[in-house]
Design a protein around this ligand. Structure first.
Ligand SMILES: C[S@@+](CC[C@H](N)C(=O)[O-])C[C@H]1O[C@@H](n2cnc3c(N)ncnc32)[C@H](O)[C@@H]1O
Length: 285
């Protein structure tokens, strides 16, 4: 049965209103706090805002907008919701297998190796890479930079604490990623938490950096930015890839997440993909 025209109009008008409300909300966040979500993927932003609306029991998005303009804590909660911080150690073990086999020989040609993990969330990705490169004999030459635009997750990354209930899964990931020791060599368990080895932390610096508005971070031998671009719109992805290009030395390595790619980037021809199975690229000489 056909939906009556008046009903169809009402649905269209609700969607249109929501679209405008979201646009205004993102503008308000930018003007008030400087965080720019205006070029994030629209579907992602809509999902997160709807979820936040439900959780905060507010009447509509306009009410949310008013509240966040005057209430910094409310904004922080929304920011936390907009930035999905899910991560794990040795996430996608096949990625780390390729790093061992194809990237380590490239990194080994550098006397000093600077690695930037952009959008590092609570840091599990840096600790995993530090363990791997330690096992591959490159530890003394390393310096890691972990950045994110969310201070709450950066604080956790600095602490290097993982929940004990995740250890079993992380041990499995570690083994599948080609780990050559015992994963338990790298943490001390304390009740329901485990503290990652202090030695690993010595090589890490954490800082707030916003990929949308901040500039080049320094000249890196490798940049790892996984599961971040997926939340960005096409133009913003392009801007960030340009930022990575400018931040890499010649022959530097760029690692993206399994659902991200340089295929549609204007800089596609400036990189070569190292292996077909992973989104790992090398900046051309
Ligand atoms: C899903 S997590 C990915 C964590 C890790 N890279 C991984 O793959 O396991 C995405 C992270 O990107 C961060 N992020 C999102 N937008 C950002 C931006 N504009 N600048 C810096 N970090 C951002 C979020 O705060 C979040 O911690």
């Amino acid at each position: 049965m056909d939906v009556p025209v008046t009903k169809r109009c009402a649905v269209t008008s609700r969607r249109e209103t929501e679209k405008i409300e979201i646009q205004l909300l993102l503008e308000a966040i930018f003007l008030r706090y400087g965080y720019d979500f205006r070029q994030y993927s629209k579907a992602h932003i809509r999902r997160r805002i709807r979820r936040h609306l439900e959780l905060s029991n507010m009447e509509n998005i306009s009410a949310m907008q008013h509240r966040l303009l005057t209430d910094y804590d409310f904004f922080q909660m929304l920011l936390y919701d907009l930035s999905i911080n899910i991560t794990e150690m040795f996430r996608n073990p096949s990625f780390y297998l390729v790093i061992r086999k194809h990237v380590v020989p490239v990194l080994a040609t550098h006397p000093f190796i600077k690695i930037w993990h952009a959008g590092c969330a609570t840091g599990e990705e840096l600790y995993s890479m530090a363990i791997l490169l330690k096992e591959e004999g490159l530890f003394s030459r390393l310096q890691f930079y972990g950045t994110d635009f969310n201070d709450l997750v950066l604080q956790k990354a600095k602490e290097g604490i993982i929940p004990a209930k995740a250890i079993q899964e992380y041990t499995r990931n570690y083994q599948q990623s080609g780990g050559t020791h015992s994963f338990s060599d790298y943490y001390t368990a304390r009740y329901e938490r485990a503290l990652l080895a202090a030695e690993l932390k010595k090589k890490m610096l954490f800082a707030n950096h916003n990929l949308v508005v901040d500039q080049v971070f320094g000249e890196m031998q490798m940049i790892v930015c996984r599961n971040v671009l997926i939340y960005f719109g096409k133009e913003l992805q392009d801007r960030v890839i340009r930022l990575f290009y400018d931040s890499l030395c010649r022959g530097g390595i760029l690692c993206l997440g399994s659902r991200e790619s340089l295929r549609f980037s204007s800089l596609h021809d400036s990189f070569k993909q190292l292996v077909e199975t992973e989104q790992i690229y090398q900046k051309k000489y």
